[in-house]
Design a binder for this molecule. Sequence first.
Ligand SMILES: [Zn+2]
Length: 323
Amino acid sequence: MSRSDTIRQAKQKIAEHRAGAIGMYERHVAEVSARIPEFGEIDKQLSRTGLKIMAAAIGAPDAEAGVDIVHAEYDALVDRKRQLLAEHGYPADYCDIKYFCPKCSDTGYVDVNMCECLRKELVVAALEASGLYSLVETQSFKTFSLDYYEKDDKIIMKQNAIRLWEFANNFVPGKSDSFLFIGATGLGKTHLSSAVARILIEKGAYVVYESSITLFGDFEAKRFGNNGYNSETGEDVDRYTDCDLLIIDDLGCEVTNNFTLSCLYNIINTRIMMHKSTIINTNLSQNELRKRYSDRIISRILGEFIPLNFRGFDVREQKLRKK
Ligand SMILES: [Zn+2]
């Protein structure tokens, strides 16, 4: 699935919500109008009064009355509808449109800004597309096993898992910690990142999970305007600063140059200033990080992120050997 497909899929979901809400509204209105003829009449009057309100609001010459009078007329009709519903044993809101997302009336946008509901659908679609969706399904706290760790490693890994479980369950956007996961490949960094992502997504948080290679690739695509860079296709780099939790996987795998250094500093610094949580996974040690990244990046990360050391022997290898 391409990135534009994921956008289409997310927007399709929102459109289905809207169609569902309007469909239900129309069925309820038809049902009630058939039972209570006056109700159907009032509905027609209401749409006429709506037009009158618009005419009065723009001061049209054929406006029949002032805005206040027409508004009062409108409110009286709405009250009468509710009264009729109650008299016939219906809930007062039976004929209201019940949007899945009242914030945006299932349009996906509030004014010109993307609504949270569309962002969430985009994350789900992006997770599905990126393959992380299957990770999120299988790599949860429940499936995280300490059996692959020994002695001190087991104690430390247990502490890490508990710390992250608490972080995920108590997560408040703009008010939670940031972490630096340090450790060799196969020690559970991706597993615990996915476990955290899963809980946050279920809570409705906006989570972005990306490898450092893709992340810097997106910034380069924007900078050079290549690959048909288009904010609508998900390469929108704003998501790296907008999201509630950003997980950067495999920092250190990218080709480091002045451009990537300045991108990294900007992302980290912006997120720190906005009190937004970030998780960085890296196979590099603290010393290797110091050698590779500029002092100002390192001082931001080590100053603001909680370092968690991932210890042990490659879990993936152990699992393969067991088979
Ligand atoms: Zn919405």
